[in-house]
Ligand binder design. Structure first.
Ligand code: GUN
Ligand code: FE
Length: 457
């Protein structure tokens, strides 16, 4: 009996996380909290069961013993290290990863035909798709992305492979089989029926995995490539299965001109809404050209926008007004990389680009400082804002007892770090340096649902 208990304890201790050091998070927009001398412990399911800040170092062992945990399991962070919530990428195209960093020369509608559709089409070959998706998921985990909302391709089998790979790597993933039944290349298009039935099959496939970190997503590519019948059928599926929805909305002038040819006088928002695709679990990418009434409709439906500042710089012909739509009008929003429309898979680039873009809005508005977004607000959108957009607002995105541990361990003094520390720095300035200067060399470990997923085994 005693032996059984010992074995049980041994296993439970081996699975849990017990850390002492500095934790940093953004629990609300514009609010940065630095939690020093903090002890955090998770249970075997990765849920934070104990968290206490300002514990005097000599009292740590006593605190851990009070929790009936073993002080020998304690990991003590160095002064150059801190724990940060994992990044939530609310918009990324997995099958576009092969051409990331290239194809930056043409506007959106040409880019789709010249680079995107030919590259996505190759995922018909499932072995190729597996190779691409394995590289991408690893790249994202190295960069601290613990949750991603993925567009896959139109292919059911390759989309299943993406779901399998995220599960095997331990990344929290929302995965959508892309739907397109019109105005697409002959060899990269589906029939309406196949698009709907493969989407339904993919929902069943994800359910069969019975995993809390995998969620299927209804994914009409965007209005031009989806017939009205397809949009309506996908809206019905979203309600039938209560699953999230994602698409692209009011992204660029060439996209809007195309929609105007198909639906004169109508905005993307109205078209999606009439098809039942705007729900409290909808995340629409871009939204740079939403009107205030479009935003009001999204807010009413509790739908979110994935702001993709890097790809917006290339395609959108405008800048997403964060302070106006997210600040004043209270639109739900997260940040996305939009690989490969955005060439960088790291959310750090999205954070930096968001800040820079808001500075350009400010210049246009007579240097109005009120439209500027700082790094703290951008970090909020990259963590908590994304979590809320994906319906995970009470689960991840910040540290608190009862939440699940999705986090990264940052070390500004890691080997080969791009950051030099030449004087005494506060934890806040170390974080700011990481946000502005850091990269994957500074990300020492990553956990998703309490499971360590980086370094790779
Ligand atoms: N609109 C339709 N498809 C796409 C895509 O793959 N990327 C971007 N950025 N916009 C789109
Ligand atoms: Fe996109």
């Amino acid at each position: 009996m005693i032996q059984c208990l010992f074995v049980f304890l041994f296993f439970s201790v081996a699975e849990m996380v017990l850390i002492f050091g500095t934790l940093v998070h953004t629990p609300a927009r514009g609010q940065l909290e630095v939690l020093t001398n903090t002890v955090l412990a998770t249970d075997n399911d990765g849920r934070i069961i104990h968290m206490e800040s300002n514990v005097a170092p000599i009292d740590i062992e006593k605190t851990v013993l009070q929790w009936k945990l073993n002080p020998e399991d304690l990991v003590r962070l160095k002064s150059t290290q801190f724990l940060l919530p994992g990044f939530v990428d609310t918009h990324i195209h997995a099958p576009q990863y092969p051409f990331t960093g290239t194809g930056t020369d043409v506007p959106l509608m040409q880019w789709l035909n010249k680079y995107t559709f030919p590259c996505e089409r190759q995922c018909e070959d499932v072995e190729w798709a597996k190779k691409v998706y394995t590289s991408l998921v690893k790249r994202l985990l190295r960069n601290g992305t613990t949750t991603a909302l993925y567009f896959a391709s139109i292919h059911l089998e390759a989309t299943k492979a993406l779901a399998d790979i995220t599960l095997a790597q331990g990344q929290r993933a929302f995965v959508g089989k892309v739907c397109m039944d019109q105005y697409s290349p002959d060899d990269y298009m589906e029939t309406t029926n196949a698009s709907v039935s493969d989407t339904e099959a993919f929902i069943h496939y994800c359910s069969s995995k019975k995993s809390s970190i995998l969620t299927p997503v209804i994914t009409p590519r965007f209005i031009p490539t989806c017939s009205p019948a397809l949009l309506r059928a996908l809206g019905e599926l979203a309600h039938k299965y209560s699953v999230p929805v994602q698409s692209h909305i009011s992204e660029s002038l060439d996209e809007i001109a195309f929609v105007q040819q198909l639906y004169p006088g109508k905005h993307d928002t109205e078209i999606f809404d009439e098809a039942g695709l705007l729900t409290s679990r909808t995340v629409m990418a871009h939204g740079v050209h939403l009107s205030p009434s479009d935003v009001a409709r999204l807010v009413e439906r509790q739908s979110a926008v994935a702001i993709c500042p890097l790809s917006n710089a290339y395609f959108a012909h405008g800048i997403f007004p964060v302070r106006e739509y997210v600040g004043k009008l209270e639109l739900k929003a997260g940040l996305g990389t939009d690989v490969a429309g955005g060439y960088a898979p790291s959310m750090l680039t999205s954070i930096r680009q968001l800040v820079i873009a808001s500075k350009h809005i400010s210049v246009e508005k007579n240097n109005d400082p009120s439209v500027q977004v700082d790094w703290k607000e951008a970090l909020y959108l990259a963590t908590m804002g994304g979590a809320i957009s994906l319906g995970l607002g009470n689960e991840v995105g910040m540290f608190a007892s009862g939440r699940v541990l999705d986090a990264m361990l940052v070390d500004v003094a890691a080997p080969q770090s791009p950051i030099d520390i030449l004087r005494e720095e506060t934890p806040e300035s170390l974080l700011e340096k990481f946000i502005n200067l850091g990269d994957d060399r500074n990300i020492a470990s990553v956990w998703v649902a309490g499971r360590q997923v980086l370094p790779f085994e």
